[in-house]
Design a protein around this ligand. Structure first.
Ligand SMILES: [Zn+2]
Length: 216
């Protein structure tokens, strides 16, 4: 199969309205003829921004899991729960569907999203030609899950509501909850900053120019 990107064909597409127009090198910055938005052949500094957001998310993933996300106080005393101890608590008290939901939404999905984005950014940076189609599919999956990202936070809120309903305990969010919310938001922003077209740049069919021969 032959791939030619719009960039190689000398075309620019508008991020806002999708209009495709010829790239005029003498005009910088070029504006969209229809909606007036700035035109870039690729999101500027896409990889740098994605890395910065991913590193921040990965760092916050540690306190999100180590610090208590909820503080329970009742007549029997008070208790701090991390996400994992909450999962263990639900599992041992027989609420295993709830344990599964919290585990998937709060531990598994954020970790998978982070790992996939690290993989995509690292391969794009190395200009890898490895399985571009599958990598694009992975990106689409992360984007699709991204729409449901707030589900993670929703699950935690729902859990708190359920526990509050069941017992006479007073439950408040712990510092881990802030870290967790930040991980969710930073990962979402990272996937928005990543430009999936970078996956296809090294793969496009080449008309051998001296530059290309130097490259390979
Ligand atoms: Zn436009």
């Amino acid at each position: 199969m032959k791939y030619v990107t719009a960039k190689r064909a000398g075309l620019l597409s508008c991020h806002s309205c999708g209009r495709v127009e010829p790239c005029i090198r003498s005009v910088t910055p070029q504006h969209c003829g229809r909606c007036g938005a700035h035109l870039h052949s690729r999101n500027p500094d896409s990889l740098m921004r994605t890395w910065a957001l991913l590193i921040a998310a990965a760092l916050l993933y540690i306190p999100a899991n180590l610090l208590p996300v909820m503080h329970t106080s009742s007549l029997l005393g008070s208790e701090d729960d991390t996400i994992m101890s909450g999962v263990v608590y639900f599992w041992t008290s027989g609420d295993w569907p709830l344990a599964m939901i919290v585990f998937i939404a709060s531990i598994l999905v954020p970790m998978l999203k982070l790992s996939v984005l690290v993989l995509l950014t690292a391969t794009a940076q190395r200009r890898s030609r490895w399985r571009p189609q599958q990598r694009t599919t992975l990106y689409r999956m992360v984007e699709r899950i991204g729409r449901w990202s707030m589900l993670d936070v929703f699950v935690v809120t729902l859990t708190v509501a359920l526990v509050r309903f069941k017992s006479l305990a007073e439950i408040t969010a712990g510092p881990g909850a802030i870290a967790f919310g930040s991980v969710v938001i930073l990962t979402m922003l990272a996937s928005m900053q990543f430009d999936p077209r970078l996956i296809w740049d090294p793969v496009e069919s080449r008309t051998p120019t001296p530059q290309d021969l130097d490259h390979d």
